[in-house]
Design a protein around this ligand. Structure first.
Ligand code: 4AD
Ligand code: MG
Length: 434
């Protein structure tokens, strides 16, 4: 069978009639002594194939009879519409070839999430994972498209970095030829250097946090899509973040109706997120809503907890941007707002349906003295940040940026229960294999 003859299962379905040649893996199989039904899958779809003893002969039928799921095969046959078949079409098999026979596949129905994670190298073939990974690819493509169309330049940061940037407690230490370095917690400091050369930049890159949280929202290795721009203030970046998220959802809706259906994701609600205006409120206003509507007391100065973020998003039913968190709880580079003392020029975007914080960003401090003071208070040696302070010495400009948690956005758009299913091979505090 010449390779060029083969078409994908979706192409075969689209053809709808006549001779076809497909190849893929057995997704389901059942049969009797005279007829065998095999549902084949490839990356595009599934299709039922029928092998009849009377047609292929005793010897070949014997081979078909012993086939187990996940064996790989090439199939030649005639496709026709059949309403009873899972995808509405069926291939009557003329001939087939087993390419890779299969042992009893370890994954069967109703297995625990932990078992599926232990067998992720095999579970990645599942229709749910395939649908999610396709949507993931579109989301990352959409991020590139969004920024490139706006004239942003892609800029890649180093992943080995000499300092922490988002808190020493979650930084991964790496032995670097006997010396110590760290894995990137954000691209931000390098982006802040690069805007002086490139103006408006973005990236999508791997990010590492030694998170001890065993939540459905934390990974230790995740992908962050960040942007940074010179001459930009807090208000402008929050508006770009809203536009970016809406754009991502529109792209997913445009290309993945089939996958969203397979994931049982309500597309009406996604259509709403794609078109709606997202409100911006301050932390102070957030506390007021929490108190008045949900009778929840949050002490001024405390970061919003998951339950509080959930309530806020529930109140608005669309992503909500919260700005002006108390400055003392914020990273050293988030400046105090001179117009609102005690609060920082920063923001989070909180997604509805319990997905919580999907974006974090801020205007950047240009006050070196203040940053040194705040670093010292955290027990950091400001000497290690001298190159970063240089950026304020040599022609500083107002600038801002933010980071989108790519897996959090995927989990939300796909309606996943756990962020671990938003990435091929998840890494968490308790999982670093396979
Ligand atoms: O809010 P974060 O910590 O912001 C920063 O790192 C800034 N330096 C970004 C910037 O301004 N350029 O992280 C940004 C986003 C969060 O809103 C969240 O969506 C995601 O990254 N994130 C995580 N996603 C999965 N697992 C984790 N452990 C995450 N930590 C943060
Ligand atoms: Mg944050």
């Amino acid at each position: 069978m010449a390779d060029k003859e083969f078409i994908s299962i979706q192409e075969a379905i689209d053809k709808g009639e006549g001779k076809v040649a497909i190849r893929g893996w057995i997704y389901r199989e059942r049969g009797s002594s005279k007829i065998k039904f095999i549902v084949m899958r490839d990356e595009t779809n599934i299709i039922q194939c029928v092998i009849e003893k009377s047609k292929v002969g005793d010897e070949k039928f014997d081979v078909a009879d012993k086939l187990q799921i996940e064996a790989s095969m090439k199939i030649h046959g005639t496709i026709k519409e059949d309403k009873r078949a899972p995808t509405g079409y069926e291939i009557n098999v003329d001939d087939f070839e087993v390419v890779g026979p299969c042992d009893t596949f370890p994954i069967s129905k109703d297995q625990s999430p932990e078992f599926l994670l232990d067998n992720r190298h095999l579970w990645i073939r599942s229709r749910k994972m395939v649908a999610t990974m396709k949507i993931r690819s579109t989301i990352i493509g959409a991020i590139h498209k969004f920024f490139r169309e706006k004239g942003y330049i892609e800029f890649d940061p180093p992943i080995f970095q000499p300092t922490q940037s988002e808190g020493g407690s979650t930084v991964f230490k790496v032995d670097y030829f006997g010396d110590t370095t760290y894995l990137a917690q954000t691209w931000q400091f390098y982006a802040e250097a690069a805007i002086f050369a490139l103006g408006k930049i973005y990236d999508v890159s791997p990010t590492f946090r030694a998170e001890r949280s065993k939540t459905s929202r934390h990974l230790t290795e995740f992908w962050m899509a960040e942007m940074e721009a010179a001459w930009m203030n807090l208000h402008s970046v929050t508006e770009i973040a809203k536009e970016e998220i809406r754009f991502i959802i529109k792209e997913v809706l445009k290309h993945h109706q089939k996958e969203l259906e397979l994931l049982k994701r309500d597309t009406k609600i996604l259509e709403h997120y794609a078109e709606a205006e997202y409100p911006t409120i301050t932390y102070k206003e957030a506390l007021k809503i929490l108190k008045e509507k949900y009778n929840m007391d949050v002490q001024w100065g405390k970061d919003l907890r998951t339950i509080e973020e959930e309530k806020l998003a529930d109140h608005f039913k669309v992503p909500v941007v919260v700005t002006h968190y108390p400055v003392e709880t914020m990273a050293f580079y988030k400046p105090e707002d001179p117009k609102e003392p005690g609060t920082a020029l920063c923001f989070d975007m909180i997604a509805p349906e319990g997905y919580c914080e999907i974006v974090g960003g801020s205007q950047r401090s240009t006050d070196v003295e203040d940053m040194i003071k705040r670093l010292k208070a955290m027990g950091e040696d400001p000497k290690n940040y001298e190159w970063y302070f240089d950026l304020r010495k040599y022609g500083s400009v107002p600038h801002s940026g933010y980071g989108v948690g790519v897996e959090r956005v995927i989990a939300w758009i796909c309606g996943l229960e756990n962020i671990k299913d938003a990435i091929g091979f998840p890494r968490t505090m308790l999982r670093k294999t396979p």
